[in-house]
Design a protein around this ligand. Sequence first.
Ligand code: PEP
Ligand code: MG
Length: 292
Amino acid sequence: KRQLLQELKGKENVTKSGRKINIYANIGNVSDVASALVNDAGGIGLFRSEFLYLEKETFPTEEEQFQVYKTVAENMAGKKVIIRTLDIGADKQVDYFGLDHEENPAMGYRAIRICLDRPEIFRTQLRALFRASAFGTISIMYPMIISVNEVRQIKEIAEQVRKELTEEGFPFSEVEQGIMIETPAAAMISDLLAKEVDFFSIGTNDLTQYTLAIDRQNAKLDNIYDSHHEAILRLIRLVVENAHKEGIWAGICGELGADTTLTEEFVRMGVDELSVTPTFVLPVRKAVREME
Ligand code: PEP
Ligand code: MG
């Protein structure tokens, strides 16, 4: 079986009737890039940037971040690299952020909420990301979005950052900006959000947690934490439809994207991209190639 998967390297992600989709890799640090390449991922669909902040005793500087993003972009040699901005919460404690203890951290002060509340942290990351875009094909993705207003604020800050960098003489490339759809609110207003961004990536881990009201970390509830729940599948279908109505693409970067029992259904829904743990790239490719 292993050999059969190896033989799929270099092959297209195409169904028997000729429909193609992108299969990218999820990574959590620079060394995972090697695994994405060995497994023949078409790009990086989710680079979780949290490690940069978790590893340190103090905020990573613009220069430190720039070097990391640049290295990933260069190693992927022109393939798409989608980097997600800071997704830290009161559950992922980083002392120097000085976050308060919260009763309900999953629903608390986290991710884009911190970035919009403390724009100096956000701007540093955006500067590093735009600067690194000159060295490959970088896209930026924003987590935990619930409203159009948030997206407009983000775009305004990103625009200011680009202006600053231009004035300072830094080169940068076109950067696609997309959002994660991982709250029921974002899924329900995906028609409106699609007018504001370049792509959607569905985060089924959090989307399941918030839709089913089940803490994804509570082992006691594992038996009912069901990403196959019809509510989740309907939301995914809705998001993909709304994306396509506005001419943008939609992918899945939550764990469900690697579930080969659903690959056929995802392709039928029109999902354009699946971003999975590197070792799942070839199994998902196999599932795509075996469907009609
Ligand atoms: C998700 O929520 O599905 C996701 C991909 O993000 P994370 O698992 O990092 O929260
Ligand atoms: Mg998430």
